[in-house]
Design a protein around this ligand. Structure first.
Ligand SMILES: Nc1ncnc2c1ncn2[C@@H]1O[C@H](COP(=O)(O)OP(=O)(O)OP(=O)(O)O)[C@@H](O)[C@H]1O
Length: 282
């Protein structure tokens, strides 16, 4: 569905995206991660035809962007990280306007208002919406025309815990129905919960691309917290079990001290992200 081949986007002398190659297949929920300023939004702007590659290429279903944008635009949706509603219109009117533009049945407006739990707020002017409501309206708007490929730039930022769960379930449902979902997020739990595959970039370059589980298996570091009692004083240490001295130290504590607790730490996707991007920035 998506192919990036050595994509480079230059602003003056600065390479915001630097020789990035990626392939995303139809129906994948693909996480595109990186620290602030890594080049995620710039890449999405190239993928939605808003920026022309300085070098390399971007294609969707074999159509090169931005030149063949008109061919692929009808199958694409883009939920940016900032919303651009008509504030003096109600939520319902905003969706009705887009439904007419897309040639979509008005029943679809009610369906999407309901799916994003906005039916009750549908007749409220958007200027009176909360940030979270505006984000959900944006998501509804970009899904009205049943796109086969949707770009989401931090879709759960500013949402409460219920809405976050609602949107995550929706993203999984979209992928299950064959829609390709390209997601940027800074929420590493979200990545672990819902992404099929993930690419991590830094300074515009690809660091690694794989499933969340494979990332964790490959990069896992085993730590344990140990607590023991010495002469009535509580002592705590954190030991890195992949370092021989720490492993020997744990063995000594367990056999020679009055050990109260040994607690192994879970290695999470967030640890992988910090490890990889930390290395990229040192
Ligand atoms: N129009 C522009 N002109 C000059 N520099 C730009 C422009 N757009 C983006 N940049 C620079 O390109 C780099 C990548 O920006 P981008 O917005 O793609 O990062 P990001 O990964 O989306 O970051 P964040 O997680 O903070 O949203 C940044 O250094 C940014 O300042």
């Amino acid at each position: 569905m998506i192919r990036l081949e050595q994509l480079t986007i230059r602003f003056g002398q600065f390479n915001a995206v630097d020789g990035l190659s990626l392939a995303v297949e139809a129906g994948e929920l693909f996480g595109f991660l990186g620290p602030n300023g890594a080049g995620k939004t710039t890449t999405i702007r190239a993928l939605t035809g808003a920026l022309k590659p300085s070098a390399g290429s971007v294609s969707i279903n074999g159509h090169a962007l931005p030149w063949q944008l008109d061919t692929v635009k009808p199958i694409m949706g883009y939920v940016p990280d900032t919303e651009n509603h008509f504030d003096d219109f109600t939520g319902r009117e905003n969706l009705q306007l887009y439904a007419r533009l897309y040639g979509v049945d008005s029943a679809s407006v009610e369906d999407w208002l309901a799916r994003l739990q906005l039916s009750e707020a549908g007749d409220l002017k958007v200027r009176n919406y909360s940030k979270g409501m505006k984000k959900k309206l944006l998501i509804a708007r970009e899904l009205l025309h049943s796109p086969r490929l949707v770009f989401f730039d931090e879709p759960t930022a500013n949402l409460d815990a219920h809405s976050i769960q609602l949107v995550r379930s929706l993203l999984r449902e979209l992928a299950a129905s064959g829609t390709t979902v390209f997601l940027t997020t800074h929420d590493m739990d979200e990545v672990e919960q819902i992404c099929d595959r993930v690419a991590i970039i830094a300074k515009g370059r690809l660091l690694e691309c794989d499933t969340p589980t494979a990332f964790i298996t490959r990069h896992a570091e085993r730590y344990c917290d140990v607590q023991y009692d010495r002469d009535g004083k509580s002592m705590r240490e954190t030991l890195h079990l992949d370092v021989p001295e720490d492993k020997a130290r744990l063995s000594r504590i367990v056999t020679e001290e009055h050990c109260v607790r040994v607690h192994s730490r879970e290695f999470r996707f967030e640890d992988v992200f910090r490890k990889l991007t930390g290395q990229a920035y040192t």
